[in-house]
Every structure is written in structure tokens, then in C-alpha cells.
Ligand binder design. Structure first.
Ligand SMILES: CC(C)(COP(=O)(O)OP(=O)(O)OC[C@H]1O[C@@H](n2cnc3c(N)ncnc32)[C@H](O)[C@@H]1OP(=O)(O)O)[C@@H](O)C(=O)NCCC(=O)NCCS
Length: 152
């Protein structure tokens, strides 16, 4: 695997490619403009995974003081199950720690076994359930998961 993880610059990242991957992964895709607006908002940052110069996955986060939220996270379906998601998540956790983050939150559909398995392997635990949260996904419940970062 020759995957490189980069911090996506707000002005240079190809948001059309992020939107393309997102649309391939979720029932309700986000437009490139939505990614541009999110990237421009306070505290947001994005890491992209590139293989031979081509974006194959990304994770978009927002850090507010010491709490970080994973806004979205996706790996191109043709590149999944190659540990790209694990490497992106580990790189994001590292960057959040460097920036003084103490806790990471996320919401995941209770039907999304792949993501729940990945987050659990990375040390996240279940915090609560939001009933019928995903209208576009058969009213699936959202599981809220969190990871406490231990400062040394
Ligand atoms: C979730 C996602 C980002 C994982 O990316 P990935 O690069 O395929 O994941 P990895 O290869 O790093 O997998 C790490 C572990 O997660 C679990 N996992 C990943 N995909 C899985 C699947 N399809 N089924 C079951 N477990 C899975 C496994 O435990 C895996 O370890 P293993 O391969 O040694 O068994 C990817 O499946 C994806 O983009 N899904 C659609 C979008 C999404 O659900 N995003 C998260 C929203 S909260």
C-alpha cells in the first residue's frame, strides 16, 4: 500500500472529488460547495488519503476548543478494506491530540457495521442512541460514539 495522508488545504483540495466519494458512500451525498463551506468554517479541517496522486478517501472534522466532531469520513468503495480508513482515523486522532483536543465524538448509523467495527477497534465506545436520526436511511438510529484522549 502506497498511501499518503495529507492535510487538505482549504483552497487546493479537490472538493468535487470529495463529493464524488461521499456520493458513492452515503444515500444523501454532499455537494462540492457544501465541502467548500465546511472547510471554510472555524475549526474545520480535512485529511485526505492519496494513492499515486489520486484521492481515495478523506476524513472531515471540526475542533471546538478541546472537543472534536467527525463530520464525515469515507473511503472510495473500490479502495475499501485496505486499511485506508484506519490510517486516516489514526492520523486524525494524532492531529487532534497535537492541537489540544481531549475528546472526539461521532454519530454512526446503527446499520453501519463496517464503521462501528472500525471505530470500536480504534478505541471508541458507545455513548448514547439518537432514535430515528437518519431520515434518508430508513429512519435508522444514530449511535453516538466517543473517544477520550489521554494527555501525557
Ligand atoms: C467505514 C469506512 C470508512 C472504512 O474504511 P476502510 O478503509 O474500508 O476500513 P479499513 O480497511 O481500515 O478497516 C478496518 C476495520 O474496520 C472493519 N471493517 C471495515 N470494513 C468492514 C466491512 N465492510 N464489514 C465489516 N467490518 C469492516 C474491520 O474490522 C476492519 O479490519 P479488518 O479488515 O482487519 O477486518 C468505509 O467502509 C466507508 O467509507 N464506508 C462508507 C462511509 C461510512 O460509513 N463512513 C463512516 C460514517 S460514520
Amino acid at each position: 500500500m502506497n498511501i499518503k495522508i495529507h492535510r487538505a488545504s482549504q483552497h487546493l483540495v479537490k472538493t468535487e472529488r470529495l463529493a464524488e466519494i461521499h456520493a458513492a458512500c452515503f444515500p444523501k451525498g454532499w455537494q462540492a460547495l457544501e465541502f467548500q463551506l465546511l472547510l471554510a468554517s472555524a475549526g474545520s479541517f480535512c485529511l485526505v488519503a492519496e494513492e499515486e496522486g489520486h484521492i481515495v478517501g478523506f476524513i472531515l472534522l471540526r475542533l471546538t476548543i478541546d472537543e472534536c466532531e467527525i463530520l464525515t469520513f469515507a473511503v472510495d468503495p473500490t479502495h475499501q478494506r485496505r486499511k485506508i480508513g484506519s490510517v486516516l482515523l489514526a492520523s486524525a486522532v494524532e492531529e487532534i491530540e497535537e492541537r489540544g483536543g481531549a475528546k472526539i465524538f461521532l454519530e454512526v448509523s446503527d446499520k453501519n457495521e463496517a464503521a462501528i467495527a472500525l471505530y470500536t477497534k480504534a478505541g471508541f465506545s458507545r455513548l448514547s442512541v439518537r432514535k430515528a436520526y437518519y431520515a434518508g436511511d430508513g429512519n435508522a438510529d444514530a449511535i453516538v460514539m466517543s473517544l477520550e484522549l489521554v494527555s501525557e
